[in-house]
Ligand binder design. Structure first.
Ligand code: HXC
Length: 263
C-alpha cells in the first residue's frame, strides 16, 4: 500500500518511474529534518521496489526548494549542529541510492535546494528557474555539498563567483554551463522531460543501468587511470549477466528486440 507522507507525494506516473514531489507549499518547500526523514524513507522504498527503474525528484512550479529552513536553523548552536551532525542526514541516504535520480528543477532552488538538485544524477531545469547559493547573505556557507558539487560541475571561477556573491542564476544558465543536462521552456515541459527520460532508463536492464551509474559516479572520486580500471572490471562483470548475454547481445545478433529479465 502506498505510504502517506506529510511533506511529499509519491506516485508512479509512468511505467517503471517513481515520482517524488516535495510538498511543503507554505514554506516554498524549505528543507528541514522531518522532510528529510520522509524523503529518505521514500527513496529507500523506491530503490527497493523491483518494478521501479528510475526516480524523478521535483517540487512545485514555484519552488523546487527555497533552501534550508532558516527559521529552523536560526537558533541552532554550534554544539548541537556538530553534536548531531546537522545536515549529514540530508545527504547520507540520497547519495547511496542505486537507481538513477533525475531532478526536475522549477522555480526556486536556493541554498540547500540547489544542493539537493545537485545531488541528483541528472538535473533538468526550466528556463525561468532560479538557482543559487545565497548562504553568504545569511552569514554562512553552503553546508550540503554545494561548494564541492558546484565547483566540480562548472569550474572554480564561476562557482567561486556564485558562492561569494550569493547572486542567483537561471535554469537557462544552469544548462549552458553543464550543471543541468537540459533546459525546458516551461515547468510542465521540464517535469514531462524528466519523466520521459526516467521511463527510457527504466526500459533498460536494471543490472546495466546500476553498473552505468556506479562507474560514472566513480569518476567523481577517482583519477582517470583508476577510474578506467574500475570501469573495465565492472564491464567484465556484465559478461556474467543474462541481460548482456541473452537479451542484449544475443537478441541483437538474432535481430530480435531485447526482453530484459534484469538478471
Ligand atoms: C524558511 C522560508 C524559506 C527558507 C521561504 N520561506 N524560503 N522559510 N526557510 N529558506 C517561507 C517564507 O518565510 C514565507 O513564509 C513563505 O516561505 C513564502 O516565502 P516568501 O518570501 O513570502 O515568498 P516570495 O516573496 O515569493 O520570495 C521567495 C524567495 C524568498 C525569494 C525564495 O522566500 C527567499 O529569499 N527565501 C530564502 C532563500 C534563501 O536564503 N535560501 C537559502 C537558505 S540557507 P511566511 O510564513 O512568511 O508566509 C541554506 C543553507 C544550506 O539553504 C546549507 C545547508 C543545507
Amino acid at each position: 500500500a502506498p505510504k502517506e507522507y506529510e511533506y511529499l507525494k509519491v506516485s508512479n506516473p509512468k511505467p517503471g518511474v517513481g515520482l517524488i514531489t516535495l510538498n511543503r507549499p507554505k514554506a516554498l518547500n524549505a528543507l528541514f529534518t522531518p522532510l528529510f526523514h520522509e524523503l529518505n524513507a521514500a527513496l529507500k522504498n523506491l530503490d527497493a521496489t523491483p518494478s521501479v527503474g528510475a526516480i524523478v525528484l521535483t517540487g512545485s512550479p514555484k519552488a523546487f526548494a527555497a533552501g534550508a529552513d532558516i527559521k529552523e536553523m536560526k537558533d541552532l548552536t554550534f554544539s548541537t549542529a556538530y553534536g548531531t551532525d546537522f545536515i549529514e542526514l540530508w545527504t547520507a541516504t540520497l547519495t547511496t541510492i542505486k537507481k538513477p535520480i533525475i531532478a526536475a528543477v522549477n522555480g526556486y532552488a536556493l541554498g540547500g535546494g540547489c544542493e539537493l538538485a545537485m545531488m541528483a544524477d541528472i538535473m533538468y531545469t526550466s528556463a525561468g528557474a532560479t538557482l543559487g547559493q545565497p548562504e553568504i547573505k545569511l552569514g554562512t556557507i553552503p553546508g550540503a555539498g554545494g561548494s564541492q558539487r558546484l565547483t566540480k560541475a562548472i569550474g572554480k571561477s564561476k562557482a567561486m563567483e556564485i558562492i561569494l556573491t550569493g547572486e542567483n542564476f537561471s535554469g537557462k544558465h544552469a544548462a549552458e554551463w553543464g550543471l543541468a543536462a537540459k533546459c525546458f521552456e516551461t515547468p510542465e515541459e521540464c517535469l514531462e522531460g524528466a519523466l520521459g527520460t526516467a521511463e527510457k532508463i527504466a526500459g533498460y536492464s536494471r543490472i546495466a543501468v546500476k553498473a552505468a551509474k556506479e562507474v560514472v559516479n566513480k569518476s567523481q572520486d577517482l583519477g582517470v587511470r583508476e577510474g578506467v580500471e574500475f570501469e573495465r572490471r565492472v564491464f567484465h562483470g556484465l559478461f556474467g549477466s543474462k541481460d548482456q548475454k541473452i537479451a542484449g547481445m544475443g537478441a541483437f545478433a538474432a535481430k530480435q528486440k531485447p526482453e530484459w529479465s534484469h538478471e
